[in-house]
Ligand binder design. Sequence first.
Ligand SMILES: *Cc1c(COP(=O)(O)O)cnc(C)c1O
Length: 494
Amino acid sequence: MISPSKELILSRSTPMLTPLECTQQALKWIEKKTLTHDEMINLNKEVINNFKEYVNPGFLDYRKSVTVGGDYGAVEWRAGGLNTLLDTQGREYIDCLGGFGIFNVGHRNPKVLSAVENQMAKQPLHSQELLDPLRSMLAKTLAAVTPGRLKYSFFSNSGTESVEGALKLAKAYQTPRGKTTFIAATGAFHGKTLGALSATAKSTFRRPFMPMLQGFDHVPFGDIGAMRDRVYRCRSTGADVAAIILEPIQGEGGVIIPPAGYLTAVRALCDEVGALLILDEVQTGMGRTGKMFACEHEGVQPDILCLAKALGGGVMPIGATVATEEVFSVLFENPFLHTTTFGGNPLACAAALATINVLLSEDLPAQAALKGRFLLKGFVRLASAYPEFMVEARGRGLLQALEFRRNDIGYAFAQGMFQHQILVAGTLNNAKTIRIEPPLTISLDYCQQVLAVAERVLGRMRGKEPVHHKTPATVAQPQSHIQVPVAASTGLTA
Ligand SMILES: *Cc1c(COP(=O)(O)O)cnc(C)c1O
């Protein structure tokens, strides 16, 4: 029997391989369809060591899977069904994390896989010189499926790039008009490249990289009065607002839903002063909140829409910046103003086209609304049954959050869920909040199972915390009796 995961983490690496041997070893793992017990032990050892020596040892401290993955750590091996994944030890997890929002159409959705495989057999990447057909078809599809006058698309490889594209597009449009200020919201997450990071709000992610791009301001999310004040204050100093960038529902901020009417009011404010509205639907888009796009809940049309994450169907990475003709036309004269080699490549476009097809033909946005209501009802009940641990459960569609009273309580809950093979995790900007973000294909049976396990986990936590159970008023104070290994974590937030 091999030692617990701690020793695996500390175990020294295998002798140094030549680069050729490294690739040969990796290719052998890739070829394998199944693992023997010994192979599993070797693979897990190798992976944990590689993270320590070559990726970033910090991950081993943060990833709960390493500390609670049993004797060998939890190393991912393959997708299971649409809604599950398996580790190298053959344990199957119900996915309530959805890869942080990428698996809206499930894992290895057959339609998406088949589109990508067919395109792969034909031509994976294109010449970069001739006109590529799939890019044109995806752009046309997005024009049809996105709200309002959104029409032209620029494709990239990630959410942060889709935001970069939006910011550059807004600048190209507004700089000649003398408008230079960007207003984002507190709690916002727009990605981590320097431009997108300037719009992101969290100090932990920003401070080491100061100064950010000039002209970025943050106002409290959901407060139209604060937004209006800031916009007019900027105007009065000549730093007119080029664009307001918002998530319709803040994802990494902890699934924060603004008051009804907020987006509509921001849209009106933008029109009033000639500012552009950029909506970042990288996480809320593609059916997640019960509509294809979250802005449709209020019938609000942005000038620029950012998409990524689930757009690639959990098979390929792809980002899209979709804009109105009026705004996008600043790139007509010179389409090379903003380019990327891999953005909108044929494999990614094939995946996105199939993904949109699945979302529409299976009406997954409506499915998200239905199952979301069922799950949320259960979580709201748990929140009121366990007030010493939970502040509330909230969400829209299948973008939900469980807010706990303290970080360590959230960690303990996520860890308990993980031990029962249900994958959940924290949010990047709000560590007290555990996200519930399963594939939109999740079955009602699984939803029921998730709620039952959540109840069991909370019940067990109560058993360990009798004092807090009896005096909920004091739970905001420290002195936890919950056993939480320091290394356990539910997200990557410090
Ligand atoms: C995840 C996310 C991003 C960044 O996407 P990446 O693909 O990780 O770069 C941007 N905006 C929002 C709203 C997100 O949730």
